[in-house]
Design a protein around this ligand. Sequence first.
Ligand code: GLN
Length: 503
Amino acid sequence: MRPYPELCRLTVIELTAMLKRGETTSAEITQAYLASIAAQNGTLNAYLDVFAGPALAQAAQSDERRLAGQPLSPLDGIPVALKDLILVEGHRCTCGSRMLADFVAPYSATVVEKLRAAGLPILGKLNMDEFAMGSSNENSAFGVCRNPWDTTRVPGGSSGGAAAAVAAGMAPFALGSDTGGSIRQPASFCGVVGVKPAYGTVSRYGLVAFASSLDQIGPLAKTAEDAALLMGVVAGRDPRDATSDGTLSTDFSLAVPETLEGITVGMPRECFGEGLAMPVYHAVQAAAGQLRAMGARVVETSIPSLPYALSAYYVLSSAEASSNLARFDGVRYGYRVREYADLDELYRKSREEGFGLEVKRRIMLGTFALSSGYQDQYYLKAQQARELLRHEFGQALAGCDALLTPVAPTFAYKLGEKTDDPMEMYMGDLYTVPANLTGLPAVSVPCGHTEEGGVTLPVGMSLTGARDGLARLLSIAAAYERRNRPNAGLHPYEHLRKGGEGA
Ligand code: GLN
């Protein structure tokens, strides 16, 4: 890999300030990112598609607007990248699946229209686990994406490409999707900030559905303040998405407090027990100490039903997926086998060849959970567990501004380490699924590192807040970050160079 431009190390806040002062242009920033992608994507495989020409054209238009003194949005000219399950009209949208390898989006997602209206050039589409099912990006039909801190490790998933791209300076920030942790867990594995907004905050029109009662679009960024800026563009009620919620606040201009005086942070004891890797435990405990040192009151809380969250999530998400993915039948969308005897065989063979193993596993699991005679035992029980969790989170948050937990029980693991054992892979979602089941907002923030065999790997902490409390969560995270940026000055690229990655 070759060195990439200095501009790609800066935060979005820094870039917007430079644009304002006339020290750079959108064209220059976009070119720098395209150069960074060209230099690194061969190794990392974070992008599935790069929109070089259109991005440069959009950048040039932004520069013209600025020169002409036209009114500009705060992010005008800052490029952004998208997980490849968000539709951009006229471009391929693969969802990491062979099923959609050649599918061209007939329209753009609402978030894409909003990004366009705000003047952000779109750099391209990012690698992911097939249909967002997975935690390591190893379920992509288009090859694994690698962790920029250690290319023998996974970037996390399913928004692995998004996290790797932001961490490696291949996108200033990106949009991913989170059904059970897919923004937050890769953010934690790659040392960036990941935000799962409250259910209904961001329109899902034009987002390919995985589990409709859980899916949310959200940002991955270098800092909480950068993520907040992107939230400011994409949040808001959309009449084209019946689940979007107009009562939620869309104001993400952060007031970042100097201290955390008056803030109470709860630590659910169930999140710090068995199965938690020691370096993660220590990093999150250290973060609790830092929050305390900044004036926060840190207390122990409890979510007694937490042990049921994972099973409830896998039953409900698979049930919904089995229904959502019924539309991929070889007739209306995507992959179709060439030879078939009759319509039934066309369905069967197209799905057999178009879907990967994990997607098939979820469809079978979901179909089983919904089948007559079993629905009460599985689907209904899972709904009940979901209700319990909602209630318990509500109670815990009544006395706290945020709940502090690990994002994942481990740091980034080796490629192939968990692919043979789906259950073990699922276990990694233990701490992230509750926010989806309850609909609450949660952010993943880098809070430390671990040294593994001479390699530095990032560790993240998670903050979960009240339903309309995302801006508050982000300001707590931003206040923390101003004192503790474990990644500042420690860039994955330096690390790769030290490791002697081939040029
Ligand atoms: N890892 C979880 C799963 O495989 C979450 C995925 C997601 O959030 N899209 O279902």
